[in-house]
Write a protein that binds this ligand. Structure first.
Ligand SMILES: *Cc1c(COP(=O)(O)O)cnc(C)c1O
Length: 460
């Protein structure tokens, strides 16, 4: 190998990002504003600050400042686990016998096992700065709750997590990690909130959903003095914090003259993908590159590829503002056999707008294929990937195989968002040959679309 490019590229301290990059500043078509669900008017700072920390509301509403300085205390926290490595997947390339060069940015090198810690520490920091006592949130698979409990423990904040009941029961170890970091973890739906009691009265056997846990966490925040609600994906502020992934990646690539042809990320609510692509997309919007960006989403929860672009509720209880996004409807739930995460019904309004304007592609992948790609990756690259991340692996493998067909030596970059140690139930069903695929029919999707609010200006 004649290359002078290291196997794994890390950055020196002086090369580390000192600011987050706000992609919205460079978008000609800005994402549509959040709306008050009652009046259908854009939400104001004063309305949002009852739910979210003041500084985070400012970031949410800020679509003009390109660079937002990262406070020193957050930079110090990042030193614990950043920079994350940018890795050349030589063994995967060899296995696939492809002329493509494959790189991945690995975000699983911290106890939360995912990129979520990048935003968790930022959100906890601003809550602390404001003098709050604590924060509330929901968690589905558990990575976000874990990340937030780590950040809160570091900063000395109380952390209350509503965990989707089926995950609470299926992932007791995740729960214990959160409790080890001092979080209070409640299975949702619960009888600790109005909305939880209402849902339990109607569906006593409910296994919970993300949308329902969000409603509970928001209620818990607004009814407790000194608490605010925080969210680990979807919101523009979260994409902003996650831009640290893309900034590190771009600095590392620029340093060695590596130019990606294709950038791929898995897409749940869009935070890792939005963060990874941010600086590359910023240049594309300015006509400086022609990179292909690909969102990989589950065939069983296809918000970009089969959803509608409309204002919709962000949660089941309909207490949050309306967001304009690609959505399957807030009542949509992926089939029970779906094991791969990425189950949120909507997509970040930043990514939705970019996709709508043709700057990004999206594709669906089926879960047994995703786990096949995960197994191959684990065996040749040594990292047991999170099922979510494996959607991106699958798409990257497919692109690398297309290069083999065409003989093109493209450079493919993908985000490896985390590790899958707490997802062994899903791996077990794959290993036992019991994993199945489910693709919703148009009739299934229509039920979700029927729940999207209709009002003048929200035709879809
Ligand atoms: C939460 C999570 C995702 C999906 O969330 P996005 O906001 O779409 O990035 C992907 N991978 C891992 C490991 C996660 O924890």
């Amino acid at each position: 190998m004649a290359s002078k490019i290291p196997y794994k590229i890390y950055l020196h301290e002086e090369e580390m990002p000192k600011y987050w990059y706000n992609l919205r500043a460079d978008m000609k078509n800005k994402p549509a504003p959040l709306l008050n669900p009652a009046t259908h008017q854009p939400v104001t700072f004063d309305e949002l600050k009852a739910v979210f920390c003041d500084e985070l509301v400012r970031q949410e509403l800020n679509d003009t400042d390109r660079e937002i300085p990262i406070p020193q205390e957050i930079l110090d926290f990042y030193k614990m686990y950043r920079p994350s490595p940018l890795v050349r997947a030589y063994c995967l390339e060899k296995k696939l016998n492809t002329p493509a060069k494959i790189y991945y940015k690995f975000e699983g090198n911290n106890t939360s096992g995912s990129h979520k810690l990048n935003s968790a520490v930022a959100q906890a920091y601003y809550a602390k700065e404001q003098g709050l006592k604590g924060v509330t949130t929901e968690t589905g698979a558990g990575q976000w709750g874990t990340a937030l409990s780590m950040a809160c423990a570091y900063l000395g904040l109380d952390c209350r997590v509503y965990m989707v009941k089926c995950s609470y029961e299926q992932k007791p170890f995740r729960r214990e990690v959160m409790r080890t970091y001092g979080a209070q973890v409640t299975p949702s739906p619960s009888d600790t909130t109005e909305v939880g009691r209402r849902i339990l009265a109607e569906f006593p056997d409910s296994n919970g959903s993300l949308g329902c846990a969000i409603s509970e966490a928001v209620e818990a925040a607004v009814t407790h003095e000194g608490y605010r609600y925080v969210l680990g994906s979807v919101l523009s502020q979260v994409l902003l914090h996650q831009s640290v992934i893309g900034l590190e990646t771009k600095t590392a690539m620029d340093k060695y003259g590596i130019v990606p042809d294709i950038v791929i990320g898995c897409a749940g609510g869009g935070s890792n993908l939005g963060g990874l692509i941010a600086p590359f997309m910023g240049e594309k919007l300015q006509g400086k590159n022609d990179i292909r960006f690909i969102a990989a989403e589950p065939a069983s929860c296809p918000s970009l590829t089969r959803g509608v672009f409309a204002y919709d509720y962000c949660d089941t209880g309909k207490v949050c503002p309306l967001a304009k996004m690609y959505t399957l409807g807030s009542g949509f739930m992926p089939a029970a056999n779906h094991a791969g995460g990425l189950r949120y019904h909507g997509m970040s309004s930043v990514l939705s707008q970019l996709y709508h304007d043709g700057y990004m592609e999206a594709r669906t992948v089926e879960q047994t294929e995703v786990f096949k790609a995960a197994e191959m990756f684990a065996r040749v690259e040594g990292i047991l990937p999170a099922p979510e991340s494996s959607h991106a692996i699958k798409a990257a493998v497919d692109e690398a195989l297309a290069c083999k067909e065409s003989g093109e030596a493209k450079t493919i970059l993908f985000g490896l968002t985390g590790t899958g140690y707490f997802d062994m139930k899903a791996y077990e069903s794959f290993n036992d040959g019991k994993m199945t695929d489910f693709i919703p029919t148009d009739a299934d999707l229509k039920k979700g679309f029927d729940g999207i609010p209709r009002f003048p200006g929200n035709e879809f």
